[in-house]
Ligand binder design. Sequence first.
Ligand code: BES
Ligand code: MN
Ligand code: ZN
Length: 499
Amino acid sequence: MTDKPTVAFAKFAAPKKGSVIVLAPEGGDLGQAAAAADPAGVLPKVFAAAEFKGKLAGTVEALAPHGTDYDRLAAIGMGKPAALNEQAWLQIGGAAAAAARNATEVTVIADAAGLEPSARDIANIGLGILLRAYVFDKYKTRKEENGVKQPKNRKDVTFTIQCADPGAARKAFAEASAVADGVYLARDLVNEPANVLGPVEFAAKAKELEGLGVKVEILTEKEMKKLGMGALLGVAQGSVRPPRLVVTQWNGGKQKQKPVAFVGKGVVFDTGGISIKPAASMEDMKGDMAGAAAVVGVMHALAARKAKTNAVGIIGLVENMPDGNAQRPGDIVTSMSGQTIEIINTDAEGRLVLADALWYCKEEYKPQFMVNLATLTGAIIIALGNSHAGLFSNDDALSEHLTAAGLATGEKVWRMPLGSEYDKLIDTKNADMKNTGGRSAGSITAAQFLKRFVDDTPWAHLDVAGTAMGSPSSEINQSWASGFGVRLLDRLVADHYER
Ligand code: BES
Ligand code: MN
Ligand code: ZN
């Protein structure tokens, strides 16, 4: 996993060197500890000169400030105190990580006059720092950016957050840090190129969850054949790299609690197959396993923070390639459910993988609900852009829980409709269904297809094509891969499905 910086907690004390960062509320004064860190009173002058008013995540800095041995003294805006919610604290942390630049010793003084951040708020500053500090640069042999030498190892960078109750903050941060690890893992998997990360290699990565006490089972082609997974196998047959189905289980709940289940699309590369994609941006299709990456990431988070729940994570890993053995448009395959599918477009492959993964999940584990994540359709990007994932569900309570978890974490979802009018668009004369429904309502017909493989199990499908990768960089993510879904699902579990 990509190295992350260390986040430590301490009581207020005068910092000695490195980068020092204070927080400044909009329309308020610096706190006592913050003012003490600026003995020569440099900041008030900097604020005036830069017209800095404390806008959320805004930043100003003074280099080698008078009266100190620091390299830099920066202030991060906190915005209006009344608007300080979870996401604001994350953004403050993100802005602090950015303001620290290349320092290895960073002190964040989390003090603002009249505001007393809770342990959770402080932990969220720490989480924001970690999320912002993520950089995928393992293939860069010259680690310089804009001529500025980066610290060789992010491990060597320490952020010390000064606060009123470091013990409580440390405790709250332990959970946040476990979740950050899950996000790092998901981002790493999505950023990794497909020549390095095929189905077998991805499965090996998932196997590493065993180190956290997760049970991991890997099904090979032979076993999937025996189970009758003709839909998933049809996609895989054009690649020289064999498919895998990985089942991960975290049993932290009561013995007889039915598990919650997460299912991920893991197409390690999607050329489109015989219905081949155009060349422009095809390289992005190395991220077509972002759903699977989020599932592995959330399983990591749940296990690392010892969540009191039973969870199953299932990922279908294939490569969609065109070769002499690839499936053709017009082919008819039989899924594990027994339902037959006419392949109209080999580029609508994700739903084929999920059809068998969902059915297997439901049959084998009888979960209390299933949430699947998939970079399923380009159409969801047209509908919702990069700031909401599409949510499709047969269950209102599950939808509401997901929507609330999205608003809390900032990994937002927006519910889209399902209905028989859409469902009939995937009927065909030649088989039980076809794998595409035409140009209109492309994301919905894809969801209707999945719905035919869940029976009555409460289920939600998250189309993350617009949110898992290629989102504009933000205060808490500068990487192509966002790790979308890890924090969302971790929160879903934490708020509703832990004993
Ligand atoms: N992996 C793609 C969807 C996608 C597109 C993800 C852009 C991320 C960015 C998926 O397998 C696909 O090709 N979907 C087709 C479906 C169509 C053939 C019905 C699409 O969206 O065009
Ligand atoms: Mn495709
Ligand atoms: Zn795809």
